[in-house]
Design a protein around this ligand. Structure first.
Ligand code: KIV
Ligand code: ZN
Length: 514
């Protein structure tokens, strides 16, 4: 297949906007910056960084990502309202390449009940919003929300209006995950054929996964003429999620014979992005998930293993290396030195400052004293934990727990709060409950615990536990992670990491000027 501009599919990642709309998936500014930098490194064409008008926190995220990212276009969402568009433009000012993405619904259902607008008024709003966006920035995308349930004649008029007003990307979302591949392909073909100025725009898919068809529909949209796909890492997003980027990209790469299109994604970075998004959001990836699930490249049955040993292609249609999966190899032990550790961090994609490196190295040595075999996953968990808990207002210093089958448990926790050491011994219905009660007694407030999740980083009873805690306070949700060989310590660290994020969110999430 020749890689021409005509068959290039742009990847528009909306993990930080539509992905963050998944209940519980909220991310801090630092986490979003980290994800944006991984997306930029993997060759994403457009990063939708947020919805600038939604809150001061969202504005800040778009603004800081716009200032940081140089090799991807940075985009902010905006409704068809002048105030939204102005706020998006303001947030995007530092961008090397910025895009305003404005949208309005075009289906009879949405226009009548949600917008309470007549179709003519919607056409007027499209003209006004896109023209206004173009007066602020050169790159404007327009979306017809609920396009797949819109009247096709009306949709043609709406698209023509948006292009005439200056939109250079036209997105036709399957907002409610309702369409089928054949319908979606036909919709693109019809619109591109019937809209007289269609050749002045790139068409885009945006598919939700309510019927499990988001990826299939996105690929069908490409067959129908779309050359941009909106998607998220691990498929996170509203309700059942969005099209999973890794699946769209690997389907195009693996089946280029059937689908002669290409993207610029560095596929070897896929696993890294998947792990990062999963860690930050606390959304574990199901074991059998395509491309990034733990079992995606595992071969259990004897017949398969035998075939694999003879020729990997018998049961593998793509190599694990092509998506950045490295075999879980024994990597290091307590005798490994500073250089070996630094090399390993580099290989795993970490760049740490001096202090963070020293702290991680010290913890690596301590781990080596307690755990015989240290795997890549152990190092990833340890470094993520260190980065998450370092330089925060509150830290767990030490913890002792007692628990028994009679249900008696207490936890003795020492922590620092703004540099001051505090200690509490508190009972609970189990050791984790007791540890959380002790922490709450010291921090002086009680956020609502929405999720507590534990998973073993590697195999064996000496494996590190990686815990996720999701806390909620006044509608603000945060996820905290902690890792340790002692599960209760990992849980306490995760709880305190979440509390630290909540404190930052309290300050930053004051409503924006809507
Ligand atoms: O699903 C949808 O319609 C959207 C639009 C705002 C693009 O997310
Ligand atoms: Zn969406």
């Amino acid at each position: 297949m020749s890689h021409t501009e005509a068959n290039r599919v742009r990847i528009f990642d909306t993990t930080l906007r539509d992905g963050e709309q998944s209940p519980g998936a909220s991310m801090t500014l630092d986490e979003k910056l980290q994800i944006a930098s991984v997306l930029e490194g993997m060759g994403v064409d457009i990063i939708e960084a947020g919805f600038a008008i939604a809150s001061n926190g969202d504005f800040d995220c778009v603004n800081k990502i716009a200032a940081r990212v140089k090799n991807s276009t940075v985009c902010s969402l905006a409704r068809a309202a002048l105030g939204d568009i102005d706020r998006a433009a303001e947030a995007l000012k530092p961008a090397a390449s910025g895009r305003i993405h404005t949208f309005i619904a075009t289906s009879p259902l949405h226009m009548k009940f949600k917008l309470q607008m007549e179709p003519e008024a919607v056409i007027e709003a499209i003209h006004k919003s896109v023209s206004h966006a173009r007066s602020k920035i050169d790159d404007v995308e327009w979306s017809a929300e609920d396009a797949t349930r819109s009247d096709i004649d009306f949709l043609c008029r709406a698209v023509e209006t948006a292009i005439k007003a200056g939109a250079s990307t036209i997105n036709l979302p399957d907002t409610v995950g309702y369409t089928t591949p054949a319908e979606y392909e036909a919709m693109f073909r019809t619109i591109i054929e019937r809209v007289p100025n269609a050749d002045k725009a790139i068409f885009s898919t945006h598919c939700h996964n309510d019927l499990g068809l988001a990826v299939a529909n996105s690929l069908a949209g490409i067959a129908g003429g779309a050359r941009q796909v909106e998607c998220t890492i691990n498929g996170i997003g509203e309700r059942a999620g969005n099209a999973a980027m890794e699946e769209v990209v690997m389907a195009l790469r693996t089946r280029a014979d059937a689908m002669p299109y290409h993207t610029r994604i560095v596929t070897q970075e896929i696993m890294r992005a998947s792990r990062l998004v999963s860690t930050v959001t606390g959304f574990t990836v199901q074991n059998n998930k395509a491309i990034v699930g733990a079992n995606a490249f595992a071969h259990e049955s004897g017949i398969h293993q035998d075939g694999m040993l003879k020729n990997a292609e018998t049961y593998e249609i793509m190599t694990p290396e092509s998506v950045g999966v490295t075999k879980s190899v024994l990597t290091m032990g307590k005798h490994s030195g500073r250089h070996a550790f630094a090399d390993k961090l580099k290989e795993l994609g970490y760049e740490l400052g001096d202090n963070a490196f020293q702290d991680c190295f010290r913890r690596f040595k301590e781990l080596g004293d307690r755990k015989k075999n240290i795997y890549d996953e152990d190092i990833v968990a340890l470094v993520d934990d260190e980065v998450a808990t370092n330089a925060n207002r509150m830290q767990v210093i030490s913890l002792n727990t007692y628990s028994s089958t009679t249900g008696t448990a207490f936890s003795d926790v020492t922590m620092t709060i703004d540099g001051e050491e505090k200690k509490a011994v508190v009972y609970g219905s189990g050791p984790v409950d007791a540890a959380f009660n002790a922490i709450k007694s010291m921090i002086g407030f009680e956020p609502h615990l929405q999720l507590f999740q534990v998973h073993a980083v590697t195999q064996g009873t000496d494996a590190q536990a990686e815990c996720t805690v999701r806390l909620e306070e006044d509608g603000r949700t945060v996820n905290g992670q902690g890792a340790h060989e002692d599960t209760v310590t990992a849980a306490a660290r995760a709880y305190v990491a979440a509390v630290n994020k909540l404190l930052v969110k309290r300050e930053k999430s004051a409503p924006g000027p809507v």
